[in-house]
Design a binder for this molecule. Structure first.
Ligand SMILES: [Fe+2]
Length: 494
């Protein structure tokens, strides 16, 4: 096999590991609370083969599904490749056959027409099923007990959209899953499919609408009344793809928009409201109704946070010069032409989390990751932008109060998941993976050990109550999802 490139997409916590394994009874320092009983699933991109092009990016790497299974304070770890059509074709050929990120014109001709998704972004649990998702294709169902791939998921042939978001939203009261797919009708189309699956996992509604331009719609939000798509000017172009270029290029001069419609309404009711030019968001924290007002909280930056999306648009900005804030956009829906007001509500960051019970509701707390301005030494290399977050923040959006947890010097932190507590008045727990350098910060960037930390959700500043030590350098995850023991016991796949 040819060699892996030595770019930011293949070093540090992006170092290819490519090992499917099971480890029993990991070492536990401290005590895991009884509430923490279930599985923490992680989506981990990790190419099975060296890429066809040296400028390959982390978002293009094969999806692995990893699991920390926690029961009675004991922890087992497993990780396996998601056996997508693409993974299986390349496994057979013993080499990469699919070319650049979301550009089929760069593929080996032998795979023309095959499913290109790598299912590497978010593990999604709904109605007793586990899916591995990526926004460029449909999800793949995975057996939550064995991590074996069941197959591509299309709601028993009902789903028309060719794509399925990695960020569906599940209503905590109705159990419905609201989701969408963009480029739903094919490469670079304006088609967006808006769908609802009921609490039993049946697709009950699919409607299509056009977005104003072909933008990357990575996330969306629901409230009790509305479905909302904030979109930003990072755009796809078919001619650029045909010339072998990048799928996405950011445009600093075009406006952002919010598309908003009643969540059970008809797509003909959607209203598009213009927002500021050139800004970018990958993840919304939450949204909620406040009378006629709708508040939408987002991890906003003044340009696209991914260097390869900026550079494809001719924007040359250093990563550390990008400005951002946790930002609230408020719409006044009492007006025929709803207005948009913006205000910052917290420090910059990303990979945000609210509790499942707060989804689409007024909420008093959220968690997200950031760069610690007081950290000594450089951050750990890796992740999609080349440098990992090293600060976990808890914020109270109502009053801006922030508390934080640091990681060991030179360490990295991955997105947390929240676990509710059975104890009245207790705020629950967070679990997350922390990568700790084995030597001094700034040493060999591939030499670190990954640990799973359990932290009290409302007292993050106290640090972990338990550390689970893998003794292994795990590759960076994208998103993670907690699934309770009760849900696992009632899964549709046994
Ligand atoms: Fe995401």
């Amino acid at each position: 096999m040819s060699a892996f490139p030595q770019t930011i997409h293949f070093i540090g916590t992006n170092t290819p590991r490519r090992v499917e394994m099971s480890v029993r009874n990991l070492e536990v320092e401290g005590e895991i609370p009884a509430d923490v009983n279930g599985a923490f699933f992680r989506a981990v991109p990790d190419n099975a083969h060296a890429p066809m092009f040296d400028d390959d990016i982390a978002l293009n790497h094969d999806g692995m599904i990893a699991r920390f299974n926690i029961e009675d304070g004991a922890v087992d770890f497993d990780i396996k490749y998601v056996e997508t059509e693409r993974y299986l074709a390349e496994k057979e050929a013993r080499r990469a056959l699919f070319g650049r990120y979301r550009n089929p014109f760069t593929d080996d001709p032998s795979v023309e027409g095959k499913d290109r998704t790598v299912a590497n972004t978010t593990p999604v649990w709904h109605a007793g099923r586990l899916f591995m998702t990526k926004e460029d294709g449909r999800g793949y169902q995975v057996n939550p007990h064995t991590l074996d791939t069941v197959g591509r998921w299309d709601y028993e042939g009902k789903l028309k959209s060719q794509t399925f978001t990695a960020h569906p939203r599940i209503d905590p009261e109705t159990g419905e899953m609201f989701f969408f797919g963009y480029e739903a009708g094919g490469l670079c189309t304006l088609d967006v499919a808006y769908c609802i699956a009921d609490k039993d996992g049946n697709l009950v509604k699919e409607q299509w609408f056009d977005q104003p331009y072909c933008s990357t719609i990575h996330d969306f939000v629901i409230t009790e009344k509305y479905a909302i798509w904030p979109i930003f000017p990072t755009l796809a172009d078919l001619d650029r793809l045909k010339a072998g270029g990048a799928h996405w290029a950011h445009n600093q001069d075009l406006p952002s928009y919010i598309g908003i419609m009643p969540r059970y309404g008809d797509v003909s009711e959607i209203k598009w409201i213009e927002g500021p030019k050139g800004v970018s968001v990958f993840h919304e924290v939450n949204a909620y109704d406040d009378g006629d007002l709708v508040h939408i909280d987002m991890c906003l930056t003044d340009t696209n946070a991914f260097a390869f999306m900026r550079e494809a648009g001719g924007i040359h900005r250093e990563q550390q010069d990008i400005q951002g804030a946790l930002t609230r956009w408020t719409l006044d829906m009492s007006k025929d032409e709803p207005t948009l007001e913006e205000r910052p509500i917290g420090p910059p960051g990303d990979l945000c989390r609210v509790t499942d019970a707060d989804q689409g509701r007024h909420y008093n707390r959220a968690w997200y990751l950031s760069m610690n301005p007081e950290a000594k030494g450089p951050p750990m290399l890796g992740g999609p932008v080349g440098a990992n977050f090293n600060l976990l923040m808890r914020i109270e959006p109502g009053n801006g109060r922030v508390t934080a947890m640091e990681v060991p010097p030179g360490g990295a932190i991955s997105e947390p998941a929240h676990i509710p507590s059975s104890e009245e008045g207790h705020g629950g727990w967070l679990v997350m993976v922390i990568d700790v350098p084995n030597g001094p910060p700034g040493g060999n960037p591939a030499d670190y050990s990954s640990e799973l930390w359990v932290v009290e959700a409302d007292a993050v500043e106290k640090g972990p109550v338990a550390k689970v030590k893998t003794g292994l350098p795990l590759r960076s995850q994208v998103h993670g999802t907690w699934v309770s023991r009760e849900k696992l016991d009632n899964s549709k796949v046994k």
